[in-house]
Design a protein around this ligand. Structure first.
Ligand code: GDP
Length: 140
């Protein structure tokens, strides 16, 4: 398995409920290392650009409002097969469909306020990491 890096966001529903530590424990217990992390407010322009692929979807406006509604925690996670591993740890987008023990099954409020974002491909991971982090902010 290759060592990879993936991009993660702990979303506003989770920071509001003070779940950062419990979510980070899930990553670390599964063998992922948090090699960069910063708490931030995402601007409307950043949220619109980050989720640009969903621009035509009916939930786009609500998603941008949600992602700018409170602080987030931006992260780079590193480990073996990190991109797929993180998607397994997160669980399905809709928490009603997420496997037991996943972050979304345990913590998500609904399909929109679903506690975490994680890159879905190596290409997107590289793009998303570069969108929020300078290389020197990532310490492996
Ligand atoms: P992810 O890769 O599992 O995060 O899912 P997507 O890339 O398909 O969607 C991005 C984000 O948009 C999700 O994490 C949700 O926050 C939100 N989202 C996706 N589908 C829906 C939906 O049907 N309704 C609403 N309200 N939000 C959605």
């Amino acid at each position: 398995m290759p060592t990879e890096r993936t991009f993660s966001i702990i979303k506003p529903d989770a920071t509001r409920r003070n779940l950062t530590g419990r979510i980070n424990a899930k990553f670390e217990e599964a063998g992922l290392r948090i090699v960069a992390q910063k708490r931030a407010r995402i601007s409307q322009a950043q949220a619109e650009a980050f989720y640009g692929v969903h621009r035509e979807r009916p939930f786009f406006g609500g998603l941008v409002s949600f992602m700018t509604s409170g602080p987030v925690v931006l992260q780079v996670l590193e480990g073996e097969d990190a991109i797929a591993a993180n998607r397994r740890i997160m669980g399905a987008t809709d928490p009603k469909k997420a496997d037991a023990g996943t972050i979304r099954a345990e913590f998500a409020e609904d399909i929109e306020a679903n506690s975490v974002h994680g890159s879905d491909s190596a290409e997107n991971a590289a793009t998303e990491i570069a969108f929020f982090f300078r290389p020197e902010e990532i310490v492996g």
